[in-house]
Design a protein around this ligand. Structure first.
Ligand code: SF4
Length: 263
């Protein structure tokens, strides 16, 4: 059974409701106990799976439980502990520099504003969105990771490929209290159904709302997808920059640019 695709906003709201129904208990899959630990785990999740990050953080946080401890640690110790997450030298350097700034400028507490958070080494807008939403319940923006980027494009909710522009497009379509709800559930759906290389459109609950889904009718004027309806168009196929090298890679990850942020 197919139906006509509505306006972008109508579809975004309907998709949001379905995602809430599909993944009622969706939560951040990084393990942490404090805002500092969430910040560190999010920095480590760049180009790495959350599962892998969750394997290294228990020992990291056991040895260095807070910003002060990380700030005063031997950098080589941190590097050794986070090595398996990849880009470990950069990540260790950023984590320590961020913790030093937290200690010296923010009294040991992770700041609660986008402007302050994005001053921390290793923390660009995406990291700040995750920390603000999950540590403090502040919906300052929409987290755009590789899954959110891919699915928002396939769902025809953005024509942009730059995460900052995608975020701005999504902000216009979604109610602010649901900004992080959207991202976390879209990440779940990206992992479970809308795979980068093999999206399972035949069993996707969003197919009738998706211009890239096999069940969708052609979108109307102004809503027309970039390619022909019923198939993923070329721009939305996983390309060089989007392709995931291995199964489960890049979950909730940051861009390379973010890894080297202020490095
Ligand atoms: S219909 Fe296909 S492309 Fe669209 S969201 Fe579902 S799995 Fe992804």
């Amino acid at each position: 059974m197919t139906r006509k695709l509505g306006s972008k906003k109508q579809r975004a709201l309907e998709i949001l409701q379905r995602l809430k129904h599909l993944y009622p208990d969706a939560k951040c899959s990084l393990d942490y106990e404090t805002p500092v630990q969430l910040l560190i785990a999010t920095i480590l999740s760049a180009q790495c799976t959350d599962e892998r990050v969750n394997k290294v953080t228990p020992e990291l946080f056991r040895q260095y439980p807070n910003a002060d401890a990380i700030a005063n640690a031997d950098l080589s110790d941190i590097e050794a502990l986070v090595r398996s997450t990849g880009f470990y030298r950069n990540k260790a350097k950023n984590i320590q520099a961020a913790c030093r700034m937290i200690v010296t400028e923010f009294n040991g507490e992770v700041p609660r504003s986008m402007a302050e958070l994005t001053r921390l080494p290793g923390a660009a807008r995406k990291t700040a969105n995750v920390v603000l939403a999950h540590a403090y319940g502040i919906n300052a923006g929409v987290t755009v990771d590789t899954h959110v980027k891919r699915l928002s494009g396939r769902l025809g909710l953005t024509q942009n490929t730059d995460p900052i522009r995608i975020e701005q497009d999504l902000i216009k379509l979604l109610p602010q209290p649901d900004w992080e709800n959207w991202s976390i559930r879209l990440i779940y759906h990206g992992r479970a159904v809308c795979d980068a290389r093999k999206p399972a459109c035949d069993r996707c609950t969003l197919a009738d709302l998706c211009p890239s889904g096999s069940k969708a009718e052609q979108p109307g004027k102004g809503e027309r997808a970039k390619g022909k309806g019923g198939t993923l168009n070329k721009a939305e196929q996983p390309g060089k920059g989007e392709r995931e090298k291995g199964k489960g890679r890049l979950d909730n990850s940051l861009d390379d640019a973010e890894v080297s942020h202020r490095s």
